[in-house]
Write a protein that binds this ligand. Structure first.
Ligand code: 5GP
Ligand code: ZN
Length: 113
């Protein structure tokens, strides 16, 4: 069975999609920890930051720029937001498909101190 985020990419598993282009897809986190909680993922399966390779710079940079655009779209750009990539078990990663969390709202202030 392919990973849950690959299933979202294929449409096999429903998600609240927000954005899609040739490289990345963004959708709402199913268990939001703040008012705005969006995940930006590569359209290609990459398990984690550990699996990134030379040549992926453009993709990772694009993920951040898409996060910036979605933050503006969500109206949180000025107030501020947190971008987070958890990696591996000790990094709190629970889904093995690279994803960038875009988190904004009251609770986001208390995450990770
Ligand atoms: P991690 O803990 O790996 O950094 O983050 C994984 C995130 O994916 C969690 O915040 C979790 O709520 C979210 N998530 C897990 N399964 C699904 C799903 O099926 N749909 C959506 N939209 N989010 C999911
Ligand atoms: Zn995947």
């Amino acid at each position: 069975m392919s990973c849950i985020f690959c299933q979202i990419l294929s449409g096999e598993t429903p998600a609240s999609l927000i954005y899609r282009d040739e490289q990345v897809t963004a959708f709402r986190d199913i268990h939001p920890i703040a008012r705005t909680h969006i995940l930006i993922i590569p359209n290609r399966h990459i398990a984690s930051v550990n699996e990134l390779e030379p040549g992926d710079e453009v993709l990772v940079g694009h993920m951040v720029l898409v996060a910036k655009e979605l933050a503006a779209q969500a109206g949180v750009a000025e107030g501020g937001y947190r971008l987070m990539i958890n990696t591996g078990v000790h990094g709190g990663q629970t889904v093995s498909h690279l994803h960038l969390h875009l988190i904004a709202g009251k609770l986001a202030r208390f995450l990770l101190g």
